[in-house]
Design a protein around this ligand. Structure first.
Ligand code: ADP
Ligand code: MG
Length: 728
């Protein structure tokens, strides 16, 4: 056994869970204690300053400079009581993770002293060097400088001794270089139009917030074993590995008892998450061995996105203490379930109404149907853009594979609502309706039960499913920043609601009664968007054929999914809703393609390294042992040695064949890579990596896995999947 593998397994043998003392503290004692939230603001700010900030947050407006100075002073005062010495603008560059640059509060004074200083200007703006972050060409055309600007709608928080201030990140010429700025724009856009539409139903509604409840799936691997797998370290997934004899086929892991060491890790990161105001609520074992999930209570989408990013960081940090590595990759192990991050999405009003919650009477249900049916139409019209919003090299391994939603976008709504929509489609007459017909229609609409959250009516195979009072976008990958799908979903919904409002207003103007105008428009939309609805098995081959017949896209890889960003329809959509300028959109397309190319390139290099430097030498070593054995048999048995050495000779031949195949595939992949690297266009290069290089991954893994099965376990250099996945 290789030294690293041996030592890793040995370390594992002596592992003990860290004792986490059980105290009688209640969660409410420490929830949000590290957040400068509304309560802290109220405590530390003069009354009118507090009111002014709250109003800016409500309306999405800039905080006045004098108020910003007051907030900065209050923040500093509060932070110092928490032992804070530094502050940072915390932002989301387009790398997919978060970034921060710490500055100390202290400033030297004349005479060799120092004071703690934090002015409004430092709170409001910082200037990190933008040149080291992805910009997709924006920097070439404009200036290299960028700056971060305070987002007062997401509260500042303390990590260690640093005060973190959530910010947007933009270029000096105003282009977004992050995910937060377009998200805030999309949330503002949907607020406005959804509020307008709500006026049909309730004049008291003056704000609509998109809500997001994410569910984060992940794997935990022991650090020692992780460190002995260079592929996990470099790419986040096992590039090789024979599937263990026992995987998830017994379904004995899902909701099973949480192992003690894992439990300790969970308790500790949840505690820190709760202190940071992340309302983490649920934890359980997932389907695959060593796979888990956690989920908070849903929040306003901007805050929920920040909290998810924060939580991913936190998990990785706390895991180290427990000698675990968190794998957030969408498909760390071929043949086992991958990890997703379901995005539960809805719209909530200032009056406390969930717009995707069926109501108690016909009036409430017309409101429900309005938002429900318009969502379906938005997905129907923009399925490809939604697909692009979740495209990544790592999510490609998951979509359409082993128990993951397919790359085909469709909407599941369940039997009851399907029936309801079918009725609406049939029962609304095109001409004018009699009073009886109208009453019958309203009665029918009144029959939607308040609670549709019946678990039997759930279809786990749908990428976009209605689950009783919200839609669940399941195709989002576990590593993703939820901002990307949330930007898209809220933008397409904005566009749809605007069109709906215009159409209904036109009908009303022509003399139709409001309710009838709404219902007739809904009927039209139901008809138009019918083909995006699918209630069957999304994992089946049949669906692929059926979807093709319906004209739905099945964009299986990232470069092709991203191509929609070039379409005029996409450019117009994001521009007209004020979310991305054409330059910003093009930059994002470019950045995503670059990321794809780099990810595949790194995997290819890692495969070459592992196969040539770890696998082939081990195979040759074992073969030499066999050859020596055959030679020995020949010495003893002379001419008759063959009848005693048949099996060994067969093994030698098998190994020779595999070595030859493996070497040939590695050489061919390298040659292909060299060619592909010459391509200038980022898009063509990404497609070439996808079509010409990536197909070698599976061929090579297959050969390596066969060798793993035939070579002496003692000589195998890498921890095996059964060792990685069944540690407690
Ligand atoms: P599961 O999908 O695992 O069965 P649930 O349906 O109970 O779990 O809820 C999943 C997630 O949906 C939770 O994170 C919850 O906070 C979120 N959720 C519930 N209601 C809403 C809503 N109105 N808007 C957004 N998310 C919501
Ligand atoms: Mg779910």
């Amino acid at each position: 056994m290789s030294k690293v593998r041996f030592e890793a397994l040995e370390t594992l043998f002596h592992r003990k869970p860290i004792e986490i003392p059980i105290t009688n503290e209640k969660i409410s004692d420490y929830y949000g204690s590290k957040v400068f939230g509304e309560q802290q603001m109220r405590q530390h700010l003069p009354g009118d300053a507090f009111k002014s900030v709250q109003k800016s947050i409500q309306d999405g407006n800039r905080v006045e400079r004098t108020v910003a100075d007051q907030v900065a002073a209050a923040m500093k005062e509060w932070a110092i009581t928490q032992g804070v010495t530094h502050y940072t603008h915390w932002f989301q560059p387009l790398t997919g993770s978060t970034a921060e640059k710490h500055d100390a509060f202290f400033e030297p004074t004349e005479g060799g002293g120092a004071i703690e200083k934090f002015r409004g200007s430092m709170l409001v703006q910082q200037e990190p060097d933008a040149s080291s972050f992805p910009n997709g060409g924006i920097r070439n055309t404009f200036e290299a400088r960028g700056y971060t600007a305070w987002d007062p709608s997401s509260p500042a928080f303390v990590i260690g001794t640093t005060l973190c201030i959530p910010t947007i990140f933009i270029s000096y010429t105003g282009e977004a270089l992050d995910n937060k700025m377009p998200l805030l724009k999309a949330l503002h856009a949907i607020d406005k139009v959804a509020t307008d539409v709500c006026q049909y139903f309730d004049k008291n509604i003056n704000k609509v917030s998109a809500t997001l409840g994410w569910e984060q799936e992940y794997f935990l691997i022991d650090t020692a074993l992780f460190n002995a797998r260079p592929d996990l370290m470099m790419t986040g997934r096992a590039l090789f590995g024979q599937a263990p004899a026992k995987g998830q086929q017994l379904d004995d892991h899902y909701f099973g008892t949480i192992p003690e060491r894992v439990g300790g890790f969970m308790r500790e990161f949840e505690r820190e998450a709760l202190e940071l105001g992340i309302p983490i609520k649920t934890r359980h074992n997932e389907v695959a061995p060593n796979q888990f999930e956690c989920a908070p209570i849903f929040e306003e989408a901007n805050l929920a996105v920040d909290h998810n990013l924060l939580l991913m960081d936190l998990m990785e940090k706390i895991a180290v203490k427990h000698d675990f590595k968190v794998l957030l990759h969408e498909k760390p192990f071929a043949g086992l379930n991958g990890s997703g991050k379901h995005n539960n999405w809805s719209l909530a009003t200032n009056t406390g109404v969930n717009l995707l919650q069926p109501g108690k009477n016909p009036k409430e249900n017309i409101r429900f149907l309005t938002f429900f049916v318009n969502t379906i139409k938005a997905i129907y019209d923009h399925a490809d853009i939604l697909r692009a919003s979740i495209a990544s090299a790592s999510n490609d391994h998951r979509l359409g594979a082993n128990e993951a939603p397919p790359a085909i976008m469709s909407v599941f709504i369940g039997e009851k609502l399907t029936e309801m929509l079918d009725n609406l489609e049939k029962n609304i007459k095109s001409g004018s309706m009699t009073a009886e017909e109208k009453t019958a229609l309203k009665l029918d609409i009144g029959k939607i039960p308040t609670l549709l959250m019946d678990n039997t009516d759930r279809n786990r195979t749908s990428p976009f499913a209605f689950t009783g009072n919200k839609f669940e976008f399941r195709a989002v990958g576990s590593t993703a920043n939820c901002a990307t799908p949330m930007i898209t979903l809220n933008t397409i919904m904005t566009k749809q609601l605007k069109a709906f409002k215009v159409a209904v207003d036109a009908r009303i103007k022509k003399g139709e009664k409001k309710d009838i105008a709404i219902l007739k428009e809904l009927q039209k939309i139901i008809k138009e968007s019918k083909s995006i609805r699918f209630e069957g098995n999304g994992y089946g081959e049949e669906w692929v054929k059926e979807a093709k017949k319906r004209g739905l896209s099945n964009l299986k890889d990232t470069p092709r999914a991203l191509a929609v960003y070039k379409d005029k329809k996409t450019v117009d959509l994001f521009e007209s809703e004020g979310i991305f300028t054409p330059v910003e959109l093009e930059a994002r397309h470019e950045i995503e393609l670059e990321k794809y190319v780099m990810k595949i390139q790194i995997e290819a290099r890692m495969i070459e390294d592992l196969a040539k430097n770890h696998i082939l030498p081990s195979a040759i070593l074992y073969q030499n042992r066999l050859i020596k054995n055959v030679q020995g048999l020949k010495e003893i048995f002379g001419k008759e040695f063959k009848q005693h050495a048949n099996a060994q000779i067969e093994l030698i031949t098998d190994i020779s064949d595999r070595i030859g195949e493996l070497k040939k595939n590695l050489d061919n992949m390298l040659a292909e890579r060299k060619k592909v690297n010459q391509i200038d266009s980022e898009e063509k290069k990404a497609i070439a990596y996808c079509d010409k290089v990536k197909p070698y991954f599976d061929k090579i893994a297959y050969l390596v896995n066969k060798l793993e099965l035939s070579i002496d376990d003692e000589l195998w250099p890498l921890p095996k999947l059964r060792e990685l996945l069944f540690t407690k």
